[in-house]
Design a protein around this ligand. Structure first.
Ligand SMILES: Cc1cc2nc3c(=O)[nH]c(=O)nc-3n(C[C@H](O)[C@H](O)[C@H](O)COP(=O)(O)OP(=O)(O)OC[C@H]3O[C@@H](n4cnc5c(N)ncnc54)[C@H](O)[C@@H]3O)c2cc1C
Length: 447
């Protein structure tokens, strides 16, 4: 590859903090809140103009669609996201379960309020592009923004970028999803002008079951209702309105009294490497094109959508899988499907898997413990990782990528980072019993 050499230069230090969190999806927001609530100075850096990650950027409103009568919840900050959104008028009852749909626009304000209350220093429109290292220890980050190239020094860094950007820059080992592990990317969209009553009458006459949509399920859950819409897409493909070779899976979510379908999750673009800017560009443009043909198909073949108009696209391509660190521990399919227990548990997560043609809904009260080791990268000190880039195998990702699980790893990493600062030990050496005690105090269920 052709290269040029940049001249070296001095970089101004714009801030110093105890804990610096990069990325503000459920994994990062939870990490920053947990660290700040342990009483250390905390800064949250986000490349876009709002906090929330996939929730606010890709309209992912279904934070708790898995929840059924017997589901055992993790508690902690993930559940708090939902509760605070509800209190602020930013959620509505989920049609398929005991969960809530988030109002993903209002969630921007929920996240602002939570960070403000916790006295977190917020920094938006700021991309982390490199690490400041002393040997194997992370000492801070290089960031770029409209203010130029600057440094932020930190005693501990938490990588919640979804892409393990910081682990990558720091030289920590990771693997990158590829082939059929690289899940499809989605341009989400929302529309107005839907005749909700007419559409729901159609759905009642043509209900979809989990088995119709999900591929492999546990068997006992095959008959659960799911907001999956197949017939209109089949017809549109037969007619050539949507090319045969394009994969489309329409999942409709929240419908408002005003005729808005706020999140249509339908587009599935394969082969997008989220760390490749050319792929990201292709994904956005191709995704919008496909979303428009889905809308055309809905208008023609989904009763109630005849007068639907496009209102919103997710402000960024929605990504499901990317880099994953190699951790002190790498969680496995066996762990997440067999109620694994760990000495270094930082929380629990119900047995909810959704990816790679496996959907298991936690209807029976089963859950596994989430180990601290999956947030600790090998070889690099004072860096933790939370959210969907934690360590684990392909199928475990079907559980750890879920937003509530991202909040569990976020809260665990945030508390561990704070306690390691207070005890003046590295993140790897932190006293796990002290972390667990603090997490329980924060409302997390550990066992
Ligand atoms: C269409 C779609 C539907 C989904 N449906 C569901 C669902 O129903 N239920 C569910 O639980 N999960 C669902 N998921 C998965 C879920 O949204 C993600 O796995 C989850 O949001 C991951 O959280 P995270 O905090 O790890 O990362 P993200 O939510 O991706 O957040 C990462 C954040 O880091 C920021 N960032 C990245 N790099 C940098 C950098 N270098 N510097 C600064 N900031 C940076 C990003 O802008 C972003 O805000 C869905 C995903 C998609 C795409």
């Amino acid at each position: 590859m052709k290269t040029i050499r940049e001249p070296s230069r001095d970089v101004p230090v714009m801030a110093e903090t105890d804990v610096l969190v990069v990325g503000s999806g459920p994994g990062g927001l939870a990490a920053a809140l947990a660290a700040a609530r342990e009483g250390v100075d905390t800064m949250l850096v986000e490349r876009y103009g709002c906090f929330g990650g996939n929730i606010t950027q890709a309209q992912v409103e279904t934070i708790s669609w898995y929840r059924h009568e017997k589901t055992v919840e993790a508690g902690g900050i993930g559940v708090e996201f939902e509760k605070r959104a509800k209190e602020m008028g930013g959620s509505r009852k989920n049609r398929e379960s005991d969960g809530e749909y988030l109002n993903t626009e209002l969630f921007k304000c929920v996240a602002d309020k939570l960070t403000e209350e916790a006295c977190i220093v917020p920094l938006l429109h700021c991309l982390a592009v490199d690490t400041v290292m002393q040997g194997d220890t992370v000492k801070g980050l290089i960031v770029e923004s409209k203010s130029g190239r600057q440094a932020i020094l930190a005693k501990r860094v938490i990588d919640a970028s979804g892409d393990a950007d910081i682990a990558h820059h720091a030289g920590a080992p990771y693997r990158k999803a590829s082939g059929d592990e690289l899940m499809s990317a989605t341009v989400s969209f929302g529309c107005g002008g839907v005749d909700v009553k007419r559409f729901l009458e159609y759905v009642e006459l043509n209900p979809a079951r989990l088995a119709d949509w999900a591929g492999a399920t546990s068997g006992q859950q095959d008959d659960l209702f799911t907001p999956y819409l197949d017939e209109p897409i089949k017809k549109a493909k037969q007619e050539g309105l949507i090319p045969q070779n394009i994969r489309v899976e329409v999942i409709w979510h929240s419908l408002t009294e005003n005729g808005d379908a706020t999140h249509i999750n339908a587009v599935r673009i394969r082969g997008i490497d989220p760390t490749n800017v050319w792929d990201l560009t292709r994904g956005e443009i191709e995704g919008r094109k496909q979303a428009m043909s889905v809308l055309k198909a809905l208008k023609k073949y989904a009763p109630g959508f005849e007068n639907a108009v496009l209102r919103t696209f997710g402000s960024s391509l929605g990504v499901r899988a990317s880099r994953k660190i190699i951790g002190e521990y790498n969680i496995t399919e066996h762990d997440v499907r067999n109620q694994a227990c760990f000495e270094d548990s930082i929380g629990i997560f119900p047995e909810f898997l959704d990816a790679y043609n496996i959907v298991i809904i936690p209807t029976s009260g089963r859950y596994f413990q989430v180990p601290y080791g999956i947030t600790v990268p090998q070889k690099v000190e004072n860096l933790l990782v939370s959210g969907r880039c934690v360590a684990g195998d392909r199928i475990s990702h079907a559980a750890t990528r879920q937003m509530m699980c991202c909040a569990v790893t976020g809260q665990g990493a945030g508390v561990a980072a704070a306690i390691s600062v207070k005890h003046n030990v590295t993140c790897r050496e932190v006293n796990i019993k002290a972390v667990q005690k603090a997490l329980e105090k924060q409302g997390v269920r550990i066992a």
